[in-house]
Ligand binder design. Sequence first.
Ligand code: NAD
Ligand code: PRE
Length: 376
Amino acid sequence: MAERRATILVRGTGLLGTSIGLGLRAAGHQVWLSDPSPTAQRIAEDVGAGTLLSSADEPDLVVVASPPEVTAQEVAQALQTHPRSVVMDIASVKAAVLQDLLHWAKDDDHPLTYEDLRRYVGTHPMAGREKSGPVAARGELFTSMPWVICPAVNPHTEEQISDPDAVDSVTALARRLGASAHQMSAVKHDESVALISHLPQIAASLVASRLQEAAPGALALSGNGLRDVTRIAASDPNLWVQILSANAHHVVEILYGVRDDVERLISTLEDPAAPGGQADIAQLIAEGNAGVARVPGKHGAPPQSFAQLTVIVDDRPGQIAAVLNDVADVGVNVEDLHMAHSAGHQVGMVELSVLPARRNELADALTTMGWKVVLS
Ligand SMILES: NC(=O)c1ccc[n+]([C@@H]2O[C@H](COP(=O)([O-])OP(=O)(O)OC[C@H]3O[C@@H](n4cnc5c(N)ncnc54)[C@H](O)[C@@H]3O)[C@@H](O)[C@H]2O)c1
Ligand SMILES: O=C(O)C(=O)C[C@]1(C(=O)O)C=C[C@@H](O)C=C1
C-alpha cells in the first residue's frame, strides 16, 4: 500500500511559503494555503502551490512562512488553532522567535503552554531569492541546500521541549524538498547565519549602494565580478530590517572585524608604495582566498574546485538547451551553470562548471560539434 503523505498547511504564501507548497505538491502532498493578503493567497493557488484552507481541513503539519516580526505570534496562534498539528516556522532568525514563545508559555495570562510547545520546531531553509512574493516562487528552491532544524530547548534546564516525533516530521519535510537537514540550537544558528548570510547581504548592499552615483558609461562595463557580488543587493528592505535587527548582536561583532580590515586597507592604499604596502594588499587578498576555499560544495561536501568553460551562444531561444543536450551526449556532468550577456552584443555566454579532469575533453567535443568555446 502507498505510504500516506502528511497533509500540510502553509501560513504565509510569499516567496518561501509558495515555494514550499509547490515542492510539496510535486512530492504528492495535500497542501492548504492561507495568507492575510487575499492576492498572495490567490496567486499561490493559481501557480499550483495548494488549495485555500477551509475550516474542515486539519493539517498534520503547519508551516509558518510569515515575516520574522510576526512569526512567534503566528506560531502561537497555529499551535492553538490546530491542537493536533506539528507547527514549524522558517524565519531567518531563530532565537528571538523561541524567546517570545517561551515568554508567553510562562505567562499565566497567555493561552500558550509549555505542552503546546512540544509540537513546535524552529527551522530555517538556507535557500531563497532576492525577490519576494508568490510570483517568484520555485518548487526546486531547496534542492541540495542546507535546512537548519532548531528544536525548542528550555534555556534554564537545557532540556529539549520539542517532541522528538515533531523534530522527525519537520526533518522529513526538509528532506522531501531535497534539502539536507542540520540540527543545532537557535543561538548557534543565529551566530552562524550572522557570518554566512547576514554579512554577505550587508556587503552586497554596501557595494551596490556605491553604484547609485556611478556614471552610466562605467556601469556599461560591468562584468561578472560586479554581478557575482551584488545579486542579493536587490533583496527586500522590509525583510532585512527585521532580520538584521533581530540578530544585531551577532552581526555587529563581525562588523567590528570588517571595520578593522577596511581601516587597514584604507591606510595602506593611501600610500601603497610605502614599505610593507604591497605585502599588506597581497595578504588581504590571500586571506580572502583562504576563506573562500573553506566554502563547502554541494550537499555540504568538502570544498571542491570545478573547472570552468564558457560557450558563446546566439542570444535566441533554445540555445542553452542545445548546449546542455550536447554536453549530455558527451557524458559530462554539469556541476553549475551561469548565464551572462555580453554588453552591446547579441550573444550570450553559458559558463559551465565541470570536474577538472573532464574539462578539456568536453571543450574539444563541443568545439567539434560547432560551438565556440572559451576556456576560463
Ligand atoms: N526570502 C528569502 O530568501 C528567505 C529564505 C529563507 C527564509 N526566509 C524566511 O521566510 C519567511 C517569509 O519570507 P518571504 O521571502 O517568503 O517573504 P514574502 O514577503 O515573499 O512573503 C511573506 C508573506 O507573509 C504574509 N504575511 C504577512 N503578515 C502575515 C501574518 N501575520 N501571518 C501570515 N502571513 C503573513 C505576507 O502577506 C506575504 O505573503 C520570513 O520569515 C523569512 O525570514 C526567507
Ligand atoms: O540566495 C538568496 O537570494 C537568498 O536569499 C539566500 C539566503 C542566504 O543568505 O543564503 C538569504 C537569507 C535567508 O534567510 C536564507 C537564504
